[in-house]
Design a binder for this molecule. Structure first.
Ligand code: DC
Length: 219
């Protein structure tokens, strides 16, 4: 492979984008960039600093003083590894509200584009094919029914040993994130015109990964 390869993966929460992207990155030797993790890291900082989630000026001020970096598939907030912290439920509850701020998106997109220049990449998020990397070689829009996505998240939490997991509550939270992500004014979740759409409701992770690799390799 001599030409640079850029793959964009978009879709709603819980569709399996990150699991699928990591496997494809491994198989095709691509750098994996999880853009949702960047919005999550900023949300973590905002919560830790006790900033009001609706205070846009303060959020932008803190963003300007914050470093969000990746190393070896781990995410660092001001030099501290925060892979686990950014997956906590308090982050799930607030991240969509941080991600809908126009100026936050502008800064994140700048960083994401820079990261895409470094090597062959697979980047996942909500606006990768439409806004961040409109010239990506391949774009995929990964979906699944909202019930199936809630079910996957439910099983994942149970397998992590979490107590008090409630399917109805998870379903409600995913519907709310879908609503905010799809209806926000700037860069809403949307399938790019030239993206392949894959509904994974009745597919295994392996089947989805194979399908995408086959498309990329032109089989
Ligand atoms: O993919 P995720 O669940 O980690 O994303 C966390 C949040 O960030 C989600 O509410 C959507 C938002 N997001 C976004 O707006 N744009 C991206 N490129 C990636 C994530």
């Amino acid at each position: 492979m001599t030409e640079k390869l850029v793959v964009a993966i978009d879709g709603p929460a819980g569709a399996g984008k990150s699991t699928i992207s990591k496997k494809i990155a491994n198989a095709l030797k691509l750098e994996y960039i999880d853009t949702g993790a960047m919005y999550r890291a900023l949300t973590l900082k905002v919560l830790e600093e006790g900033i009001d989630i609706n205070d846009v000026d303060k959020i932008l001020d803190i963003l300007a003083k914050t470093s969000i970096t990746f190393n070896d598939n781990h995410i660092y907030l001001d030099g501290v590894r925060v892979d686990k912290e950014i997956r906590e439920n308090r982050i799930n509850l607030h991240v969509s509200n941080i991600a809908k701020i126009k100026e936050v998106r502008r800064e994140m997109v700048k960083i994401q584009r820079k990261l895409s220049h470094v090597s062959n990449v697979i980047m996942d998020g909500r606006d990768i094919g439409t806004v961040v990397l409109p010239n990506a070689n391949f774009k995929f829009f990964i979906t699944a029914s909202v019930e199936e996505r809630a079910n996957r998240r439910y099983k994942e939490l149970l397998s992590k040993g979490e107590k008090n997991v409630n399917y109805e509550q998870i379903l409600k939270e995913i519907k709310e994130r879908d609503r905010i992500d799809s209806t926000r004014e700037f860069a809403p979740l949307k399938k790019a015109k030239d993206a392949y759409e894959i509904d994974t409701t009745n597919m295994t992770i392996c089947e989805v990964v194979d399908k995408i690799i086959n498309i990329i390799e032109g089989r």
